[in-house]
Design a binder for this molecule. Structure first.
Ligand code: PEP
Ligand code: MG
Length: 851
């Protein structure tokens, strides 16, 4: 790491000393800020990253220089100071310099009991954390303090083969060496890298004069924070213990005092009113001058207040949003700062119940985190059991090898879904996200026997229907039982922050919404419109699936016409509902794209039901299922191919859209519907479908004696459509990139089967990420760029968007912005995070610098 000349390896922290978080770490810099604010911080010296790296290699800095500011016979603490507090570091070591002479001095100041107890703790801590001796050697029961000290010192001498070092210089050198080496250890490295630290992240150390916290009259240690970590609301919390030193000691709740006056017991506010008022004042100072809510660690020594440290208050996602907006509303930070301070994923967390981060997790297995949030329920293995369970008001988790449209009712009834197969764009995943239902897919390490009703975990445990488990769709874990949960929380601060974000955002955010319920969610989250309505999904609910299956299984055009006549009013009503909910905002409707295999009942029970419904012998139905089966259904009779070969289907849909447009206009809702054709690979397909749709529009306009506008566009989901975008736009006013299929076809990777080996592929570094989850900018992205450029060459004002599952991710939004796309569309529950991420990207691009 480059180090400016003015930075020293060893620096006494003063208001003006050269000090930087990237050289000395965040803690050192923060202590300097506290000193600049005139807080009573004990004398502190900072060791730079480079000094600590040298110490790890055995080069101890000049101890005379280091110790000079602390006077003779110092008593010191050493704390880690990494660049970001989140990256952790070795634990603090206190009371360095404690020895026989110091014992005598402290006995005079604080009394024999306090002084010996302190000496014992110091030797133990040094023995375990610095000399790395066996902790059990220092376990002594029921000895008086004096005897305990003798026993501890002789245990040290025995275990270490030398007496406890009396020299402060030796103690400090050993502590520095131990902490520097701990930072270099493999587990510390892995832990911090998991939290985003770079490989070469440095560690700084701060050496501080101990404020004792023991002795008479009032001495002790405490921590105080000024907002609630759960809600972010103003509230003084923390604890204070008399005759105690060190943050760790504060974990002992017994004997702790309340901070503010409290009817339940003694409080610091009543015990030391002026000191308490000072602490409150320091909280305000931190907030306004450090522009952050801090947790302050303090010590009282003989009624004298010392501020040892201050760290950013730990916060839930919800508290993070409230703290940021409150700081901006009070003019402490700018609105841009507030937007930049909240991680977009935190917003997604707020929309769903989550497993409490402090809860103990008994992990039964892992899969792909397909739909965020967590839910607990009793295991069911079939959709009908899920419905029965819901009818009994019993929360359940639906476990399937994979789901199909027949499971939709079961998914609606369940609290969460777990599948053994499938990837991030499989049926269960897409529907789960749409419903806001926690979902883990592709949990292939778990085995399920749906016939016997048994779930087996990799460690050999078995579970049956009725056993309670939790699905954590945020982490992809399946957990035993019912861990503690944090509730979803949408509050004013959330709405305020997002309304600010919208003022900076420069790319549209729409929602993928298939039903009126989804559209309502999209509206609630202020989506600018619907970017993808998968019309076939409208038929997954209730008994509509039957009508759809009748249509698919119709053998004669007459039978098909009858089914379509039944579908028309259903579709019209749905579209009118969407238009009404969206109140004039854009609605982009995709014509049917039914991979037939998703609608065919393969099991005997499903076939029996359908045979009864269609009034056909079971054998006839089985033959038809066999006749409709395809080797590669995702590359088979899907999308526009159905539209070309059975044109009545798209004609019915176009009519439903246009009639709904006219009906909506009659009640004052003007809408320009966008109609989108799926799975295009050739210009001629668009030309043929466009001609049919235009003629339906003309017919409806003539019948209803009214005019309306509409736009027709194409989903770019095949590489060929991207390559031929220039001809395609001759008949298409917009191109919406369906990156799920486009990824599938670019990689030649089945979106339904890739889950089986994707985690291995990612673990082995074959792919950096699951390309169904994170848009592959290099490959699929290049097709997007080519498609966009060629589309614009044919039609300069062509509207461009992404509507695959990647749409809501920050990296996709960044890419789409860079390519000048008009909008991205994502699941309704992702909309808030996408709005925030888009604003953050625009703010960064405008040259924003963190203050
Ligand atoms: C896509 O392929 O990206 C898409 C949005 O369509 P679907 O997921 O319905 O195939
Ligand atoms: Mg698709």
């Amino acid at each position: 790491m480059q180090q400016s000349r003015s930075y020293q390896d060893v620096t006494l922290i003063t208001p003006t000393a050269p000090m930087s978080p990237s050289v000395h770490g965040g803690r050192a810099k923060c202590l300097q800020r506290l000193i600049r604010l005139d807080m009573p911080v004990p004398t502190t010296v900072a060791l730079s990253f480079s000094a600590v790296a040298k110490i790890a290699r055995g080069q101890i800095p000049d101890m005379a220089t280091l110790l000079a500011p602390f006077g003779d016979a110092p008593l010191l603490s050493v704390r880690p100071s990494s660049q970001s507090p989140d990256w952790g570091g070795p634990g603090a070591i206190l009371n360095i310099g404690m020895n026989d002479a110091k014992l005598a001095e402290l006995t005079k100041r604080a009394g024999f009991e306090a002084a010996t107890a302190l000496y014992v703790r110091s030797v133990q801590s040094y023995a375990i954390h610095v000399a790395r001796l066996d902790p059990e050697a220092f376990d002594f029961d029921k000895l008086s303090n004096g005897d305990l000290l003798k026993a501890t010192l002789s245990a040290y001498a025995e275990e270490a083969d030398e007496p406890f070092p009396q020299s402060p210089v030796q103690q400090l050198s050993d502590v520095l060496r131990a902490m520097a080496r701990a930072w270099d250890g493999t587990s510390a490295r892995i832990l911090r890298e998991a939290k985003g630290a770079p490989k070469d992240a440095g560690l700084g150390l701060v050496v501080q004069d101990m404020a004792l916290g023991v002795g008479a009259p009032e001495s002790g240690s405490g921590v105080i924070q000024y907002v609630s970590s759960d809600s972010g609301q103003s509230q003084i919390t923390g604890r204070y213990l008399s005759q105690i030193q060190g943050r760790d000691a504060l974990n002992d709740i017994e004997g702790a005092l309340y901070l503010t006056a409290d009817a339940r017991g003694a409080s610091l506010e009543e015990l030391c009113p002026p000191l308490f008022q000072k602490l409150v004042g320091y909280g305000d100072l931190c907030r306004t001058r450090l522009r952050e809510e801090m947790e302050v660690e303090f010590t009282i020594e003989n009624n004298d207040l010392r501020i040892l440290d201050a760290v950013r208050v730990q916060r839930s996602a919800r508290a993070g949003v409230r703290i940021a907006t409150a700081l901006a509303e009070d003019g402490v930070i700018s609105r841009q700062d507030a937007i930049m301070r909240v991680h977009s994923n935190a917003l997604s967390e707020m929309l769903h119940r989550q497993v409490d981060p402090t809860a103990t997790r008994d992990i039964l297995g892992r899969g792909i985190a397909a739909s965020p949030g967590a839910a607990t329920g009793r295991i069911v293995f079939t959709s009908s059991e899920a419905q029965a369970s819901a009818a009994r008001m019993e929360p359940c988790v639906l476990i399937r090898r994979e789901t199909s449209p027949e499971d939709i009712r079961g998914m609606h009834a369940a609290q969460a879904v777990l599948t053994m197969r499938g990837g991030i764009t499989s049926h269960a995943a897409v529907i789960g996200r749409g419903l806001g239902l926690p979902c883990v897919v592709g949990a292939s390490e778990l085995t399920v026997d749906t016939q016997k009703g048994v779930l087996k975990t990799p460690d050999g445990r078995t579970f049956r229907a009725g056993d309670e488990i939790t699905v954590d769709g945020t982490t992809g874990q399946v957990l035993l039982g019912a861990p503690k949960m944090l509730e979803a929380a949408l509050d004013d601060a959330f709405k305020t922050l997002l309304s600010w974000a919208d003022t900076y955002r420069d790319i549209g955010i729409r929602a993928n919404a298939d039903t009126p319920a989804d559209a309502q969610t999209a509206r609630n989250f202020a989506a600018e419109g619907i970017g993808l309505c998968r019309t076939e999904h409208m038929f997954f609910a209730d008994d509509r699936l039957n009508v759809m299956q009748e249509m698919i299984f119709a053998e004669t055009p007459e039978d098909r016409r009858q089914s379509l006549d039944r579908l028309l009013p259903i579709q019209r009503a749905d579209f009118k509902a969407l238009f009404t909910i969206m109140q004039g905002r854009s609605v982009c409707i995709r014509l049917f794209d039914m991979p037939l295999h998703e609608f065919l009942p393969y099991d005997k029970a499903g076939q029996r039901n359908l045979a009864a419904q269609l009034n056909l012998p079971l054998s006839d139905l089985s033959h038809r299922v066999a006749a409709l089966s395809e080797y590669n259904p995702m590359l088979g009779m899907r999308g526009v191919r159905q539209g070309i070969t059975v044109p009545e289907i798209y004609e019915m849909q176009a009519r439903a859209i246009f009639e709904a447009t006219v009906d909506a206009a009659a009640v004052g809702i003007t809408i320009v519907p966008e109609i989108m054709i799926p799975l295009i690979s050739a210009m001629k397909e668009v030309e043929i479908v466009r001609a049919a749709i235009d003629s339906v529009a003309a017919a409806v306009q003539a019948e209803r004696r009214t005019a309306f506008e509409y736009r027709l566009g194409v989903m770019v989901e095949t590489p060929r459509a991207a390559l031929r975008a220039q001809d395609i736009v001759e008949h298409a006013e917009f191109l919406s990139f369906g990156t799920n299929d486009l990824t599938q076809m670019t990689y030649g990777l089945s979106r339904d089967d890739a889950g089986r080996f994707m985690s291995q592929y990612v673990q082995k570094g074959v792919y950096a990420e699951d390309p169904f989850h994170t848009l592959d900018i290099e490959g699929v992205g290049e097709l997007l760029s080519i498609g966009a450029a060629r589309g614009r060459a044919g039609r300069p004002d062509v509207m461009l968007s992404v509507c695959g599952e990647h749409g809501g991710h920050e990296s996709t939004i960044a890419f789409c912005r860079s390519q000048g796309f008009d909008y991205v569309s994502c699941s309704p529950f992702r909309v808030p995070a996408a709005r925030l991420a888009a604003a953050q990207l625009a703010i960064v691009e405008s040259g924003y610098r963190k203050r």
